[in-house]
Design a protein around this ligand. Sequence first.
Ligand SMILES: C[S@@+](CC[C@H](N)C(=O)[O-])C[C@H]1O[C@@H](n2cnc3c(N)ncnc32)[C@H](O)[C@@H]1O
Length: 242
Amino acid sequence: MKNRSLMNLFLALPRPLARGAYALARATVLRDARLEIFDTVFGRCAKDGTTGDYLEFGVYRGTSFVAAHGASKRHGLGHLRMFAFDSFGGLPNSEGVFNEGDFVSDEDLFRRIVDKAGVPSERVHVVRGLYDDTCNPQTKQKHGLERAAVIHVDCDLYTSTKVVLDFCEELLQPGTVLMFDDWYAFGDDSEEMGEAKAFDEWPLKDCFDVLYDRPADQCKGFVMTRPADGVRAAAADVSSNG
Ligand SMILES: C[S@@+](CC[C@H](N)C(=O)[O-])C[C@H]1O[C@@H](n2cnc3c(N)ncnc32)[C@H](O)[C@@H]1O
């Protein structure tokens, strides 16, 4: 919701009305193409019986977070914990079309929006800070993070995505869905920049198959189909055999 007076009006509405208004706006005038993608993602988790947490890296004002909540509920997964990782300070550096400081938000605004849009507060776990400071074993221990059902990478930048993917390695299981929101954000250079470049350099990329590929919406998503141990062992084998 970009328009500030529209946002203030929404935040002033009583909760049930706000939830209805938000859902209506997202289905019509402020339609978010990602609604369908979230249905694909949580539909896949439901079909595979994948459980664990929903982790979103880059939540800004909560648009995709709310969409994820709605889709998870529609597929019987409304009990999964939802983690919001963000500094709320905007992008920490520039890359291609993205500029340092884009998407500055604030945690309180994020919490108010997702609350008014109908995400129960007990589902919402905010991990605030730069990924360099929060993507560490202490955060995993503090929140009991052990398994991810869905990892949503929406932090745009190569450097941020590198840190996120390393952090998530221990949380993967066959069935984990890995979503990239800005895979095609850099036009013809997309494979050499941003989220796509970080994924390409990630040792565990071969554990995943493509789940959806939507250049028109800039998104690409994968599902883990092979356990990490097998891929690591194969890589070690190749290097020891020269
Ligand atoms: C494009 S916005 C997220 C949009 C949101 N998912 C939505 O659909 O409305 C990108 C977010 O990533 C966050 N971000 C990017 N790199 C980060 C980093 N290294 N540490 C913490 N937050 C980061 C920014 O603060 C920003 O809120």
